[in-house]
Design a protein. Structure first.
Length: 85
């Protein structure tokens, strides 16, 4: 059995007490770079219009104190209980 004391370590091995080599910072973003927003603007324009009939239905359901019905809540609770790991 060989026992080595940590007295500075053998020559050629890095000293773990020495700080890690400094990494070069990432290059700064150039001022003349511009982000392409055409795709984002196109997606925003293509968003489906708000469906007023669905909004009114949702408002009605929110105001209904009996929604969701107890049976639905029990069913959801049972499904969650079956899938708890």
């Amino acid at each position: 059995m060989e026992i080595e004391f940590n007295t500075g370590g053998p020559v050629g091995k890095p000293d773990p007490r020495q700080p890690a080599a400094r990494q070069e910072p990432t290059p700064p973003v150039r001022e003349d770079m511009s982000f392409q927003t055409d795709a984002l603007e196109r997606q925003l324009r293509d968003v489906a219009p708000i469906r007023p009939d669905r909004v009114e239905r949702a408002k009605g359901l929110i105001e209904d104190v009996k929604y969701p019905p107890d049976e639905m809540l029990v069913g959801i609770a049972n499904l969650l209980a079956m899938h708890i790991k």
